[in-house]
Design a binder for this molecule. Sequence first.
Ligand SMILES: CC(=O)N[C@H]1[C@@H](OP(=O)(O)OP(=O)(O)OC[C@H]2O[C@@H](n3ccc(=O)[nH]c3=O)[C@H](O)[C@@H]2O)O[C@H](CO)[C@@H](O)[C@@H]1O[C@H](C)C(=O)N[C@@H](C)C(=O)N[C@H](CCC(=O)O)C(=O)O
Ligand SMILES: Nc1ncnc2c1ncn2[C@@H]1O[C@H](COP(=O)(O)OP(=O)(O)OP(=O)(O)O)[C@@H](O)[C@H]1O
Length: 520
Amino acid sequence: MSSRIPPVLRPEHPSPRPLARLVQEFSLAHTGELDGLEVTGVTLSTRDLHPGDLYVGVPGAKVHGASFAEQAAEAGAVAIVTDDAGAELAAGSGLPIILVPSPREALGGIASWVYRTDDDPPLLFGTTGTNGKTSTSYLLEAVLKQLGLITGLSTTAERHIGELSVVSLLTTPEASEMHALLARMREAGVRAVAVEVSAQALSRHRVDGLVFDVAGFTNLSHDHLDDYADMEAYFQAKLPLFDPDHARRGVVCLDSPYGRRIVAGSRIPVTTIATIGHADPEDVAVAEWTVEVLDETAAYTGFRLTGPDGRELVTREPLIGWHMAANAGLAIVMLVEAGFQLEAIGAALEADGGIQAYLPGRTERVSGERGPSVYVDFGHSPDAFENTLAAVRKFTPGRTIMVFGADGDRDATKRHEMARVAAEGSDILVITDHHPRFEDAASIRATLLEGAALAEHQPEIHEVSPPEQAIRVAVSLAREGDSILWAGPGHQDYRDIRGVRTPYSARDEARAALREAGWA
Ligand SMILES: CC(=O)N[C@H]1[C@@H](OP(=O)(O)OP(=O)(O)OC[C@H]2O[C@@H](n3ccc(=O)[nH]c3=O)[C@H](O)[C@@H]2O)O[C@H](CO)[C@@H](O)[C@@H]1O[C@H](C)C(=O)N[C@@H](C)C(=O)N[C@H](CCC(=O)O)C(=O)O
Ligand SMILES: Nc1ncnc2c1ncn2[C@@H]1O[C@H](COP(=O)(O)OP(=O)(O)OP(=O)(O)O)[C@@H](O)[C@H]1O
């Protein structure tokens, strides 16, 4: 299992800092002798503890991190930062104890101090929303590269430091990892970083100690109602990104009705953007920037971005669907808000024939020239299904076949709607498994079948488990001219079955299924 857990990237040459200074600068109470102790890193996990680290013991959902203080000491921690309850647990470890009221809240500031990330930081872009965060972050990175900058990226799919790429565990890493990543990026000369910011990251202080130069909001729709009581709580979790503690300026997309509410609640200056034909016409009328899709093919989407004073940019991206034009428009306006000239961006894109972005597992076409088109996608919400299905249908002369399953141990309230939307938009629907985690896969499929039955349009429905078999059934049903959209697994290279990350790649499975069917 551990071999599937991606590494935490840290600076290769950390410069030690005296622990006594930290306590002094942050006015923290402590027990034990700190004189002479130097700290080179910080972590909240003993699984990633390096000698010289400060171990931060956070009260978790399952266990108090301070109960691992002895392991931390054995692994070479110099001290532990924790709360009163943690101090009792850590008392026997022999480590000096630094007291804070909330270790998780303290982590960002401490990590920033340890790794000196507020010293000449790169340009920071943070994107939040339900759908499109990863895509917008990749698009930002792509355009920044085309403008000649050395870039960094942190998303659900991957973290990039210049040309180095590692797969991600969390969408937004814990604050200790985030600051370590930024310190490593500084060593590599990175000057601009695109960060995907989840609602959970904001709720759990993972981006504390960072101030984004520009924050972006994509949209909000049903997701994560396992973590948040209702849509209002989910919205309120996103809003703090538009607060001076987290960002200097913002760009808000008005394509979903929540965009207006972000603008109303924002405490930083924001500009707005809306997609013609998709946002409410009233929102399009008030938006300072608009995106208009000009040209859609199976290989690219061309669009016009129009801004204040008639400023305009026409370009294309190698991605399908109006929503990807919305994401690209948002990315470009975020760059303009960061100080890049629209004309300079336009010139760089024109020289390259458009935005040069490759998004792993975002409506990624894995088929060849012959046979059905097969796309693997990371969509796992009703809104994502609706947009991606519409994009695929547009370029499908034949039938649209959809394969999907739903996450176990994650927001179960969206399952009916996901299945209903999937049924509504497909000609053949293959319901299968995704990450069952600790749930019974058959009962997740049963819920999806119930949801599919609610659709007005009834496709041909198959229930096939496991997904390796489901994609083969889909391919066997497909003819030349048909498309298969396999939604859910996207870029991922494992399935979580009872807590074990079993190696598995939907993209590889789909290619193998096509080969076996003679479509290679
Ligand atoms: C709900 C949630 O966010 N949980 C996070 C939380 O776990 P927890 O509170 O259960 O921690 P715990 O197991 O009680 O442990 C408490 C502390 O002891 C430490 N510990 C524990 C065991 C040990 O041997 N040694 C050790 O040091 C842990 O590192 C932790 O600091 O702290 C852990 C340590 O950092 C995270 O890995 C874990 O994320 C879990 C894996 C997770 O799935 N989070 C999801 C909900 C999430 O954050 N998702 C968002 C959005 C995804 C999207 O865009 O769709 C994301 O940003 O990824
Ligand atoms: N602007 C958008 N509006 C609606 N749907 C979108 C948009 N952008 C992307 N999608 C859909 O959502 C899926 C996930 O896209 P992406 O990974 O960019 O979103 P995300 O916000 O990072 O999601 P996650 O939080 O799950 O990582 C895409 O594959 C596509 O189906």
